[in-house]
Design a protein around this ligand. Structure first.
Ligand code: CA
Ligand code: CA
Length: 211
């Protein structure tokens, strides 16, 4: 039971979609990529967001009630002065929708009242050996840990994209730096010993020549 609670609160491997929608139902898929996050809960709403496989079989669906927010009336402005600004900013909304991760996710679809307003073919990996747009180490073997994306998991991989102190595996790296420092100290001792031997030899040779 404890495990299920942990599962419920931990971010999971997911696919994030960034979408902009205008009030007159023009939708644009701005970006998408694999991430670790909490799945967007489905609610009663006029919009549905769907993920399908290569045969367009539905993998997952999230319903959302899209609310078009506007900026408030700026301080000191009259309603008349703010009218255009409020109208303009209330005409579109940027949404961040998180789906569970599906390796075979191939189509992203947006519907309004059941009618498709956007359908896009997506790819999280094209297996061509190059780490490209929409690909990262979470979704694609084309990418290494150095993919511009921080995965701060304790997975024995120090992710160079994470800020210091974020990835617990990177502590190990500072440990290896200590080892490097230890190794260079050993080098100094060896160099010192070598110098002493050289000096003794030089002293003995000099003594021999004096005889
Ligand atoms: Ca690729
Ligand atoms: Ca990375």
């Amino acid at each position: 039971m404890c495990l299920s609670i942990v599962n419920a609160v931990a971010p999971e491997k997911a696919i994030l979609f960034v979408v902009s929608i205008t009030k007159d139902s023009n939708a644009t898929l701005e970006n998408y990529f694999a991430t670790k996050d909490f799945i967007t809960p489905s609610e009663a709403g006029d919009y549905s967001f769907e993920l399908s496989d290569g045969n367009k079989n539905l993998l997952y669906k999230i319903n959302i009630n899209v609310v078009f927010h506007s900026v408030g009336m700026p301080y000191g402005w009259s309603l008349e002065q703010s009218k255009d600004l409020i109208k303009e900013t209330s005409t579109y909304e940027v949404l961040y929708i998180v789906f569970p991760f599906f390796k075979g996710a191939s189509y992203f679809r947006i519907k309004k009242y059941g009618k498709t307003i956007l359908e896009k073919k997506i790819s999280l990996c094209n297996y061509n050996g190059e780490c490209e747009e929409h690909e990262n180490s979470l979704s694609c073997s084309d990418c290494s840990a150095s993919d511009g994306f921080c995965v701060p998991d304790a997975d024995d991989i120090c992710d160079p994209d994470c800020m210091p102190g974020i990835d617990p595996d990177c502590k190990q790296q500072s440990g290896s730096k200590t080892e490097t420092r230890g190794a260079s100290a050993t080098n100094y001792v060896l160099f010192g010993l070598l110098l002493v031997i050289v000096l003794i030899l030089a002293y003995n040779i000099k003594k021999r020549f004096k005889r």
